[in-house]
Design a binder for this molecule. Sequence first.
Ligand SMILES: NC(=O)C1=CN([C@@H]2O[C@H](COP(=O)(O)OP(=O)(O)OC[C@H]3O[C@@H](n4cnc5c(N)ncnc54)[C@H](O)[C@@H]3O)[C@@H](O)[C@H]2O)C=CC1
Ligand SMILES: O=C(O)[C@@H]1CCC=N1
Length: 259
Amino acid sequence: MGEAVLAGSLRAGVVPAHVVATGRRAGRVAEVAERHGVRGILDNVEAVRDADVVVVAVKPKDVAGLLASVGDALAPHAVVVSVAAGLSAAFFEDRLPAGQPVVRVMPNTPAAIGAGMSAVSAGTHASAADVATVLAILSGTGDAVEVPEAYQAAAGALAGSGPAYMFYVLDALAEAGVAVGLSRELATRLAVQTMLGSARLVAETGEHPALARERVTSPGGTTVQGLRALDAAGVRAAFIAAVEAARDRTNEIAAELEA
Ligand SMILES: NC(=O)C1=CN([C@@H]2O[C@H](COP(=O)(O)OP(=O)(O)OC[C@H]3O[C@@H](n4cnc5c(N)ncnc54)[C@H](O)[C@@H]3O)[C@@H](O)[C@H]2O)C=CC1
Ligand SMILES: O=C(O)[C@@H]1CCC=N1
């Protein structure tokens, strides 16, 4: 996820020479540095010194240790951006020097190609200008929206995890195509473009998805039978259960790590 945000920031106009990427493995850091033309090092303390923006993209369980090691080296104005699922801005603020600005972001992996969706929330000490800086950086990752922090778990459950649900649907649709006699290659091509086109149609027309669905569904036709099968299998309820489960797990992670 860190590399996706890095790629997006460069797309947004951040100068590669102004970026320092860190990681745990030298090979991986060198690979990222070379791919994006940024400086890659293994020393987090050196990386954050003089930084205006510090993006923390390690697993939630590794955040506390990382903050303990870099906190003292941060410039007071440095905006610490968290993409860690579940961890509150307060989790960061409690482990950083008093007054450090923190902005919490829930991105998703299509950020890697500039087609991501991020939910952004200010911590206690982050100013509107700090949030604007983060939104500007994220503009190269796709769409980004500011939400109250109370919505972060829900937004992450829908959009942060959402690509996995979409890939699941694509895989299932392609499999369905194979089941009715198409080659896997053709079925995948049909499924992918259908998902892409349907999302774009709703995005570009602003039409309610239910109305867009009705337009496809001719009386006595084929689609209504397909939709009946989806309803009979409880697919709508399954999506609601999936988002609720991911939301609940987000809150569990927070409770485990903040305890
Ligand atoms: N994968 C996804 O779709 C999304 C992930 N996130 C969040 O992004 C964060 C990262 O997730 P992934 O990219 O999936 O995990 P990942 O395991 O692929 O990436 C984490 C990277 O951090 C490095 N790392 C660990 N400790 C480090 C340290 N002390 N210093 C420098 N580098 C260190 C690891 O070597 C690894 O390369 C997590 O907090 C996750 O909740 C958020 C939204 C979506
Ligand atoms: O599965 C996870 O924990 C991360 C957070 C959102 C997407 N992937």
